[in-house]
Design a protein around this ligand. Structure first.
Ligand code: HEC
Ligand code: HEC
Ligand code: HEC
Ligand code: HEC
Ligand code: HEC
Ligand code: HEC
Ligand code: HEC
Ligand code: HEC
Ligand code: HEC
Length: 475
């Protein structure tokens, strides 16, 4: 019944449009554009409160990246832009309806998954967004909700109340690409975009810091947290980005991927660290611990460094003392951690401490020599080698092999030994110079002393006294 009325209404409108010459074969003219005819501010749908949400004008799309690229309503929604060919949306096979939010990824993917189409705009476009999205936790939940809704629609009998879509409230394409509004998608490089690199974390936090929204949800069997953003903000990574403006530091999507469960180049979030910390990741990859962590479902690097609260590590984290990472497992055999590992931890830590002591000794010796004015720029420069070796050893601990660490430390110890020897040589030279100085100074002082004695023994000459008196000024 409703459909019949609608068709009649549309036919009437069309007749009116043709009569006023509105339906012309001119797609470029927005005035004559069919969508405007009904959806515009002065369109046939305007003026009715319930239709308010259906009023969409090009004003609303001004900022939208699609509009700016020349795409128009029908490019996204389908339907016919020519008024005289207009068919009711519900009878129009070319119209792409959005029955529920679950249709959105496919709606966007109509173009964004079509490489040939997207090539018209860019030589090598990425066309994996929709496909990747469905692999994410967001996508899986949305797909499930969409399938449930479809089943409910099919099951609903005529005259029954229409089923409601159970919105899982996950992120869909618009949440991340529009700062507000359904027709306001921005280029990712636009500083106002919600996914502009410095805004990503806030965009995710809008939902992920909302305790109520995150309640009663799980991730890998554990309750889903709601403090990722706060932790990230205070981490070495968040600080680097927010305080130092270092855009190479990771924000949420660098570890979690833009659209997928993880970035495409890694096989799990736990391995995302390696995209930037390549050297450490390569060392760690060879270890027994890494394989054991995988078997136990421990998140690799994050098992020690944490995922969101990563801090500047210190030597105190190595070894078997209170706050050391190793203590967490190797003390009481957690996950099958071995005693050999505990011994190794202590050995590696002792090695680092030894090198630090030797560096301190070398530094002290150089300072002493500098204080005495000796030329020790060479040894001071060479000390950098020892410091570099220490830094390197702190990376090499990720082999979790005391031998490799000892080798790295060995280079540092050789350097400190050389530096200390050079600085000591400078000190010895200084001492030698003092003896030599004393030896050469003694005869000179003796001669000067004798001269003074000799001068004091001489009588004051009279001539000099009178000539001085003559020179006195007259009063
Ligand atoms: C003759 C009037 C008319 C014209 C022309 C028209 N529409 Fe509509 N449109 C409607 C009416 C009425 C509704 C609401 C009822 C419905 O969903 O069919 C609507 C609903 C919509 C909706 C929301 C419903 C959904 O399923 O997504 C979209 C999107 C839409 N139109 C897009 C367009 C586009 C794009 C064009 C131009 C190609 C266009 N319309 C042309 C009358 C029109
Ligand atoms: C880049 C693709 C794109 C373009 C271009 C576009 N739309 Fe939309 N439109 C969307 C999306 C996405 C939604 C929101 C779907 C949702 O939230 O369910 C939407 C929603 C709508 C709705 C439904 C609004 C509602 O609240 O129910 C209408 C009507 C509509 N668009 C009409 C238009 C008109 C008219 C134009 C041209 C002036 C246009 N659209 C251009 C993507 C587009
Ligand atoms: C519109 C709200 C919203 C936004 C924005 C959002 N998320 Fe989510 N996200 C959710 C909800 C809700 C869940 C929980 C889904 C469930 O029930 O399992 C979730 C789940 C997740 C999960 C766990 C996935 C899994 O496999 O279960 C990760 C990781 C995640 N989001 C990361 C992000 C990142 C990164 C961003 C920003 C780039 C982001 N989210 C933006 C709502 C959002
Ligand atoms: C949870 C947030 C989130 C969701 C949901 C999301 N995106 Fe993205 N999208 C991003 C991020 C982050 C980027 C990359 C920004 C950058 O490069 O700095 C991006 C980039 C893009 C790009 C630029 C090309 C590229 O791949 O880098 C397109 C196009 C895009 N998304 C489309 C989509 C579509 C279509 C959907 C829905 C299927 C979608 N996005 C869903 C966060 C999201
Ligand atoms: C009619 C085809 C079409 C549809 C449908 C469509 N897009 Fe696009 N989109 C494009 C084109 C074309 C571009 C410009 C690509 C370029 O310049 O490389 C674009 C650009 C974008 C960009 C900017 C990419 C960048 O590199 O900065 C984002 C984000 C985006 N679209 C998201 C979406 C989302 C989200 C949807 C669904 C709501 C959607 N698009 C639907 C065709 C479409
Ligand atoms: C340096 C990498 C990294 C960054 C940056 C990062 N995450 Fe994570 N995230 C991880 C790792 C690793 C896990 C644990 C994965 C596992 O256990 O499988 C995780 C787990 C999660 C989870 C699910 C577990 C939980 O905490 O409840 C959510 C949700 C999440 N991250 C959201 C975010 C958000 C939002 C941001 C940005 C504010 C973010 N992440 C930034 C690496 C990162
Ligand atoms: C997108 C690149 C990127 C990713 C991915 C990344 N990091 Fe970082 N990370 C950095 C940058 C850049 C810094 C330097 C920050 C600073 O100190 O200014 C850093 C610093 C660190 C530090 C401190 C180093 C120090 O000497 O103080 C640790 C520890 C760390 N990251 C661990 C991780 C872990 C664990 C992961 C994965 C869960 C990870 N990172 C993922 C880029 C990344
Ligand atoms: C078993 C615990 C453990 C695991 C697993 C681990 N680390 Fe470390 N990491 C440490 C400890 C302990 C230190 C501190 C070393 C020091 O300062 O003496 C450290 C230091 C670091 C540093 C700073 C030193 C440097 O090399 O610049 C970075 C960066 C780092 N780790 C990244 C990673 C990454 C990336 C992974 C995964 C590939 C990882 N770590 C896995 C324990 C671990
Ligand atoms: C999350 C738990 C956990 C933490 C934290 C941890 N380990 Fe392990 N570690 C293990 C497990 C489990 C094994 C046994 C692997 C196997 O089955 O061979 C292991 C093995 C080792 C091994 C090999 C020893 C052997 O049996 O051959 C070394 C070395 C080692 N760990 C050093 C360390 C150091 C150093 C730290 C601290 C920086 C540390 N581990 C922190 C769980 C851990």
């Amino acid at each position: 019944m409703r459909a019949v009325l609608r068709v009649a209404l549309v036919k009437m409108l069309l007749a009116a449009a043709v009569a006023t010459g509105a339906a012309q074969d001119d797609e470029e003219s927005l005035e004559d554009y069919s969508c405007n005819f009904c959806h515009g501010n002065d369109g046939t749908l305007a003026g009715v409160e319930e239709n308010k949400h259906l009023i969409v004008t090009h004003e609303d799309l001004k900022a939208d990246v699609h509009w700016q690229k020349g795409l128009r309503c029908h490019d996204c929604h389908g339907g016919n832009p020519k008024l005289d060919d207009y068919v009711d949306h519900r009878d129009d096979a070319g119209f792409r309806p959005l029955q529920s939010l679950a249709d959105m990824p496919g709606f966007c993917g109509h173009c964004h998954s079509d490489t040939q189409y997207m090539r018209r705009f860019r030589p090598s476009p990425r066309t994996d967004q929709e496909m990747e999205y469905w692999t994410s936790g967001h996508g899986q939940r949305l797909r499930q909700a969409g399938e449930d809704y479809k089943k409910a629609l099919e099951a609903a009998k005529d005259g029954e109340e229409a089923p409601v879509f159970e919105d899982p409230k996950v992120a869909t394409c618009l949440d991340c690409h529009s700062p507000g509004g359904k027709h306001n998608m921005l280029a990712v490089a636009d500083q106002k975009s919600p996914v502009y690199v410095t805004h990503v974390a806030e965009t995710c936090a809008k939902c992920h810091s909302d305790a109520e929204l995150m309640a009663d949800r799980t991730y890998h069997g554990k309750p889903l947290g709601h403090d990722q953003y706060e932790e990230w903000k205070q981490s070495v990574h968040g600080q680097a980005m927010l305080e130092k403006g270092d855009l190479s530091a990771p924000t949420c999507n660098d570890c979690h991927g833009n659209h997928g469960a993880v970035p495409p180049e890694v096989d799990s979030v736990a391995n995302a660290c390696g995209t930037c910390h390549n050297k450490v990741a390569t060392l760690f990859a060879e270890t027994r611990m890494k394989h054991r962590f995988e078997e136990e479902g421990l998140p690799g690097c994050a098992a020690c460094h944490g995922n969101h609260q990563t801090q500047h590590p210190s030597d105190a984290m190595l070894g078997m003392d209170g706050e050391a990472f190793c203590n967490r497992c190797h003390k009481d055999n957690q996950f099958g951690a071995t005693l050999a590992g505990a011994t190794a931890a202590v050995k590696m830590r002792d090695g680092l401490e030894n090198l630090k002591t030797q560096i301190a000794v070398a530094e002290h010796t150089i300072e002493e020599a500098e204080r005495l004015g000796m030329e020790v720029r060479g040894p001071r420069f060479d000390l950098r080698q020892a410091r570099d070796a220490l830094t390197n050893a702190r990376s090499v601990i990720h082999t979790f092999s005391p031998e490799s660490v000892q080798e790295a430390i060995g280079e540092g110890l050789t350097a400190t030994a050389n530096v200390t020897a050079s600085a000591n040589a400078a000190l010895a030279e200084h001492a030698n110079r003092r003896i030599w100085l004393a030896a050469t100074l003694a005869p000179i002082l003796l001669v000067v002393g004798l001269l003074l004695l000799y001068i004091r023994a001489l009588p004051i000459p009279a001539v000099q006294a009178t000539s001085q008196a003559e020179q006195l000024p007259e009063h």
